[in-house]
Design a protein around this ligand. Structure first.
Ligand code: MCA
Ligand code: AMP
Length: 504
């Protein structure tokens, strides 16, 4: 079994059912719709075209593409012929894109005309490994109606995706995700959340990340449900669609629930979400106040779950049982979790430790990085290999539910996007006058956390120029929201910066 064979089930059972609807709230009236039959007919054409353009089994194709039907069609075409899709965060700039294109040696860069300003920044050197840059807006020139794709045998253990995660060492690393990994997460979620072909999901989350792609799109396609894809989250349209019975499912990050609560609180009458059967939250901790107020305002209790790029989904509150605020519930079907101490020995329920997971959902390792791969796994006394999530957790002795307490590493999560301080610190230290930098996450009601930078400078630093410099080098969500100037950074006897002593 591979992903394409799983998705083919819906095509066989309900070919004329609506698979995908795409609408851009900024362009009212322009709606694109595809039944399953139409969707997979387009997938065939694109798969044949990619083969003619030289994409072979195992080749990487980077997607620098917004949410749109062509993203879905091209992705399904790529995995159908054994290609490996490498999604790139649309907010990334030249330096971040360059790293990914070089690291995965992408043969093709698939993008769109709307990204032209960023494409213009890319130089020959950035695209050295790339044989072709294709704009989906010009697809008609390379698609051929007549050509059928040649069949390719794709095994479950072969790669479907390389997804780049923010790196603790400053540069992101590619998580190798196989067809089997995705199949494990998708089949686990289909049963855990009772997906049904009558479901309709409103999906404004970016398809370049696990939440939108794996949890949203994959499950909908596998269930034979309908996806109402949007280019981005739009508060007004979301309330219109969900409040008029236009969806049964909505998945979002806490920042989006925060915005929904802020708005619904002032609405009279309140929106009618009676057709909705499931609101899910993940990617960052959902504050208990948001969870509680959402229920007070709507009568519906959000289901919080926990996942990672490297593992897909791991834990979930129950669909049918009690959903407890501040917890991520229990392990999903096929996933095993264990909380350990510093020596990797399991701790008693109620005790804090690092959460390890294993299961078919867990990725193969980091692309061309056996050292980081080895450092992320450990083997227990029975010879079983566990992945170290880096998340600190505690299991409730009564309910068995797990609460996440923080992270072993310094990851900052802002609005569901990950930021590693080290990457920003290295950038800041390369700026004239900055001697040392420490970046920390400041609590923020809407974004969860935002980065702030403590700087030790040699003389005065032109902050305006520093901001312009950061904007040119970093995705905008990584930009420090505050710069604080200090004489020195607090250090311990070993000389290591004590970030917890820096005021937040
Ligand atoms: C946008 N901005 C942000 C963020 N998003 N700043 C901090 N954190 C963010 N997440 C900034 C932009 O850079 C811009 O700054 C300004 O806000 C307005 O941008 P805009 O695009 O209009 O923002 P928005 O549309 O309001 O976006 C907010 C959002 C979006 C809808 C919450 O960030 C989003 O879709 N987040 C979801 C991310 C996601 O899917 N994560 C899942 C990862 P300026 O004006 O200065 O340029 S997968 C994962 O974590 C695991 C596996 C899991 O468990 O799911
Ligand atoms: P990423 O590598 O971008 O996929 O982010 C994965 C990280 O997001 C996890 O290791 C957690 O730290 C965090 N995360 C995901 N879901 C939750 C959640 N429900 N509560 C708290 N943190 C979460």
């Amino acid at each position: 079994m591979n992903l394409s064979t799983l998705f083919a089930i819906a095509l066989e059972r309900t070919p004329d059912k609506l698979a995908l609807e795409f609408a851009d709230p900024d362009q009212p009236g322009a709606v694109e719709r595809y039944t399953y039959r139409e969707l997979y007919a387009a997938v065939d054409r694109w798969a044949g075209a990619f083969q003619r353009l030289g994409l072979q089994k195992g080749d990487r194709i980077a997607f620098f593409l917004g949410n749109r039907p062509e993203f879905v069609i091209a992705y399904l075409a790529v995995i159908r012929i054994g290609g490996v899709m490498v999604p790139v965060n649309l907010r990334y700039r030249k330096r971040e894109i360059n790293h990914i294109l070089h690291d995965c040696t992408a043969k093709i860069l698939l993008t769109e005309a709307a990204q032209q300003p960023v494409l213009d920044e890319l130089e020959q050197e950035d695209l050295a490994a790339v044989e072709r840059v294709l704009l989906v807006d010009e697809a008609q020139s390379w698609l051929d109606d007549a050509a059928e794709p040649s069949p390719v045998l794709v095994q479950g253990e072969e790669l479907a995706l390389i997804m780049y995660t923010s790196g603790t060492t400053g540069r992101s690393k590619g998580a190798m995700i196989t067809h089997n990994n995705v199949l494990a997460t998708v089949t686990g979620l289909l049963s855990a959340w009772a997906w049904d072909r009558e479901d309709v999901i409103l999906l404004p989350l970016p398809l370049f990340h696990t939440h939108g792609l794996m949890v949203g799109l994959h499950c909908a396609l596998a269930a034979g449900a309908t996806t109402r894809l949007r280019p981005k989250f739009d508060l007004g349209e979301t309330l219109d669609v969900l409040g008029s019975g236009g969806a049964t499912l909505f998945f979002a990050v806490p920042t989006i629930y925060f915005r929904l609560v802020e708005t619904i609180r002032g609405m009279d009458p309140r929106p009618d979400f009676s057709r909705m059967r499931l609101f899910c939250s993940g990617s960052a901790p959902l504050p208990a106040e948001t969870h509680t107020e959402f229920e007070q305002l709507t009568g519906l209790r959000i289901l919080e779950r926990y996942g990672m790029t490297e593992t897909g989904m791991n834990f979930s509150n129950p669909y049918a049982g009690p959903r407890i605020a501040g917890t991520v519930g229990t392990a999903l079907p096929g996933v095993f979790g264990r909380i350990v101490d510093g020596q990797n020995n399991p701790v008693q329920p109620g005790t804090e430790g690092e959460l390890l997971v294993r299961g078919s959902n867990v990725f193969d390792g980091y692309w061309r990085d056996p050292e980081k791969t080895a450092a992320s796994f450990s083997t227990d006394a029975e010879g079983i290999r566990w992945f170290h999530t880096g998340d600190l957790a505690r299991q409730d002795p009564e309910t068995g539910y797990v609460t996440l307490l923080g992270r072993r590493h310094e990851l900052i999560i802002s609005g569901g996007f990950n930021i590693y301080p080290r990457e920003i610190e290295e950038m800041l230290c390369a700026f004239a006058g900055v001697v040392e930098a420490a970046v920390v996450g400041m609590p923020h009601p809407e974004w969860g956390e935002v980065p702030a930078a403590y700087l030790v400078c040699n003389g005065s630093v032109d902050e305006e120029a520093l901001v312009v410099y950061c904007r040119a080098q970093l995705a905008s969500f990584k930009l420090p929201r505050q710069f604080r100037y200090v004489q020195e950074l607090p250090r311990n006897a070993m000389g290591k910066v004590q970030k917890h002593l820096l005021p937040r």
